[in-house]
Write a protein that binds this ligand. Structure first.
Ligand code: GLC
Length: 778
């Protein structure tokens, strides 16, 4: 219960940082949840606050520790070490600034009318607005109007597409090199006009009954993501295999076909960790069934694949076939577990299996029952669940011709969710449907296999979904446009709190081409989530589908992913503790560099790698904008100095990737899957571009147990490197934990510009912790 929403005395002088300002019909309430997080609520008088599915339950109880209040008849001011709120008492118009005076929002006016609550603020000149969930087009959303409504995006979405699968009303603002965040916690249909109607105005408007906004004071990207995920939660630790390459296709129609795909990976030595089973494994598209004919012994199939180092992930849709002989339908119907039409009867619509009903994830008992259905999948050895069509979406693709379902159609807004005595309309629950399906799915995996980290992949998300699942971008087309779009799209997803995401490598709809597949794979090798997936009826696009030289080029890209595993594991851990996305915009490091701010065609993986994949057909060169600092080409070791734009000659095998000077990059030798013990050493690659430069990084590894952090079965090391005089000293000290070494040895490699000669002093180090010194001379 949000007690602080129930106003007592207006502007009460209390110790608690909660202040109410009454209007004619409503209250505006400011609550300082932390020194750097301010919640603002506009609530009608006498009405209970709305429900939230996005916010961590303990959020309400949090309070800032240091704040100063000044007030007179006209002005009310609150100051914390991170922000200042100034309010005109008469009008309730307010502004919020960062500690150094940089505006977060100016001249904010809240407006309330039946069915529409608005937040209006002045946008400062030059301010960029990023984030806002999964979006097509450039990462800077200024000049656009965004709708917050999860939707199966039209096939072949383009830069004008507004509603996508993932809807996250969190906007990240960069102004004068400083970063702040605005989280509009409404589950209802909402829009944000970001300087489109009026260039200097941001108007957020929700159809919900009230307005709740969290202001994250920044002032860096890392701070904003830390603040936002302290409200909406963190991604739980992911299984290590989830960092590997994954193979999927709608159209692996039998166990034999799946075995062949798996065998090809191993025969061709193309690393792979997981194979996905789409609708094809089911009996007549019924969830929780296996086709007797095509997948006669799933447990055996999964066991055999596991012996070769593959995990199996199965798809589950929320729409269940209406079929009196289908146990899951029957049981759910008897118990009244499906979404209801406005008249109270079970709502029937159309999904992949034909006439369908939808499980009501707004109810805890339905979640429990749904979770129970996964028992057999888990017992058969399924390692993870891929949840789809959970915007939720109807489809008439397999329906009789007279049934016309427009693409992207969801459920009627007046359908009913929740227990009979506490009904809630689809209009209110729609955006949370995917999140609650993910919650139910994750809980079931936790229950049935408590010693393994659950893996859930979803299509629909909203704010907070990262607590239960990772996400992919839905039905990407096999086109160069969609290849390019994948970068700003996943950057936006990451800035919206979902740290692990990726697109269908090769593209889903339409036939891919050999060159496009190679370029998608080269991009995907560096995306947080790396899965090749394609639609039924399209050309096959496994890495070997087009023969040489394409097979070898895809293999080479995927091998990079496996070399990077120790780095990826550290980034995934960072994401799950701090909210920092694994994939970051260039401006993450350089928020005041205009080229970095406008860059939509390259990204950072962590803070140390700049990835600029080739995104044009038959390209012979690639322009790359480098942020300030020196950058080492990952493969040639050439050093470039930013800020500035360089042009590189490229061929089909070229994947421009740069390492930040000051970075310490842990690289392993290639393995064919993440369970495979490494026979080769781990190498700490140290990149220093000039004397007096230094670097530091924190590495994380664990035993993959869900409670590794609590059990102590992890190892975390701080590695530092410093170039002083003609010596570079590298030290790795253990910070915490205990883990048997994963690699037989550990080496250090020093990279400096070519004018310098490097010589290791003494014996090479053998294991962590370590100290290594190099003599560096011209
Ligand atoms: C949806 C999914 C796609 C999947 C297909 C069949 O279109 O987005 O990934 O292959 O359904 O299940």
């Amino acid at each position: 219960m949000r007690n602080d929403f129930l106003p007592t005395d207006p502007v009460a002088a209390v110790d608690e940082p909660v202040w109410h300002f009454p209007g004619q019909q409503d209250f505006v309430t400011f609550t300082l949840l932390a020194d750097d997080i301010l919640r603002i609520a506009l609530t009608p008088r006498g009405a209970p606050p709305h429900r939230t599915w996005s916010v961590e339950p303990d959020c309400d109880a949090r309070r800032a520790s240091s704040f100063i209040v000044e007030q007179d008849e006209t002005r009310f001011t609150v100051r914390t070490p991170a922000l200042t709120l100034t309010l005109e008492v008469q009008t309730r118009v307010f502004s919020i600034a960062q500690a150094d005076g940089t505006p977060i929002c100016e001249q904010v006016r809240l407006r309330s009318a039946p069915g529409e609550q608005c937040w209006e603020m002045a946008l400062s000149e030059g301010a960029r607005i990023l984030g806002g969930g999964e979006r097509t087009g450039g990462l800077n959303r200024r000049g656009r109007k965004l709708t917050f409504w999860t939707r199966d995006a039209l096939p072949h979405f383009d830069e004008h597409t507004d509603e996508m699968y993932q809807s996250v009303p969190f906007l990240v603002q960069v102004a004068r090199g400083r970063v702040s965040g605005l989280f509009f916690d409404s589950n209802w249909h909402a829009t944000a006009d970001i300087g489109r109607q009026q260039p200097g105005l941001l108007t957020y408007s929700t159809t919900g009954p009230d307005l709740v906004i969290y202001v994250c004071a920044g002032p860096t990207f890392a701070d904003v993501l830390r603040q936002y995920t302290s409200i909406t939660g963190h991604m739980p630790p992911q299984p290590r295999w989830a960092l590997g390459y994954q193979q999927s296709r709608w159209g692996y129609t039998s166990a034999d076909e799946v075995r062949e795909v798996a065998a090809s990976f191993r025969e061709l030595s193309i690393p792979c960790d997981a194979i996905y089973l789409d609708l094809d494994y089911m009996e007549g598209l019924r969830d929780f069934t296996w086709s007797q004919e095509r997948f006669p012994d799933p447990a055996r199939l999964i066991e055999d694949l596991r012996a070769q180092g593959f995990r199996v992930v199965t798809i589950i849709d929320p729409g269940l076939k209406v079929d009196p002989d289908y146990r899951v339908y029957q049981e759910g119907k008897e118990r009244g577990y499906f979404i209801r039409a406005a008249d109270g009867a079970t709502f029937e619509g159309w999904a992949w299996p034909g006439k369908s009903v939808w499980a009501d994830f707004a109810r805890a008992d339905v979640q429990e029952w749904w979770g129970e259905q996964h028992r057999a999948l888990v017992e058969a050895g399924v390692a993870g669940i891929w949840i789809d069509m959970n915007e939720p979406t109807q489809t008439g693709m397999f329906a009789p011709p007279e049934i016309h379902i427009p693409h992207g159609l969801s459920l009627p807004l007046d359908t009913l969710h929740g227990p009979l005595n506490e009904p809630l309309t689809h209009a209110e629950f729609h955006n949370a449907y995917g999140l609650e399906m993910a919650r139910a799915t994750r809980a079931s995996l936790e229950r049935f296999r408590p010693d393994e980290r659950p893996f859930v992949l979803t299509r629909a998300t909203n704010a907070g979904s990262q607590r239960y699942t990772i996400a992919w971008n839905g039905d990407t087309t096999s086109s160069w446009e969609h290849l390019r779009m994948a970068i700003p799209m996943n950057l936006g997803v990451g800035l919206s709190g979902m740290p692990m995401s990726g697109c269908d490598l090769g593209g889903f709809w339409n036939d891919t081409t050999p060159e496009l597949l190679v370029r998608f794979t080269q991009l995907g090798a560096f995306l947080p989530f790396c899965r090749n997936h394609s639609a039924i009826g399209t050309l096959r696009q496994e890495p070997w589908s087009f023969g040489e030289p394409y097979t070898g080029l895809c293999r080479a890209a995927i091998e990079w992913r496996y070399r990077l595993l120790p780095y990826l594991a550290s980034l995934a851990h960072e994401a799950s503790t701090t909210g920092a996305p694994m994939m970051r915009p260039l401006c993450w490091l350089a928020p005041d560099d205009p080229a970095a701010l406008d860059c939509d065609d390259a990204f950072l993986l962590g803070n140390d790698l700049l990835v600029a994949p080739v995104l044009e057909e038959v390209a012979s060169e690639r322009h790359v904008s480098l942020p300030p600092g020196e950058w080492f080409d990952l493969t040639s070791n050439a050093v470039y100095t930013g800020p500035g734009r360089i042009t590189l000659p490229v061929q089909l095998e070229t994947v421009p990737v740069f390492v930040r000077a000051g970075a310490i990059l842990p690289l392993a030798e290639v393995v064919q899957h993440t369970d495979m013990p490494s026979a080769e050493p781990l190498t700490l690659h140290v990149y220093l571009a000039q004397p007096d430069q230094s670097g530091t990084t924190v590495l994380w590894d664990d035993d993959d147990h869900p409670q590794a952090a609590a059990r102590g079965t992890f190892a975390t090391y701080r590695v530092t490197a410093a170039w002083e005089g003609d010596t570079v000293t590298v030290r790795a000290e253990q910070l915490d934990g205990y883990l048997a070494p994963r690699y037989p040895a550990v080496r250090v490699a020093l990279h400096v510009p070519p004018a310098w000669q490097v010589e290791l002093i003494g014996e090479p180090p053998e294991a962590l912790p370590l100290t290594a010194s190099f003599c560096v001379r011209k």
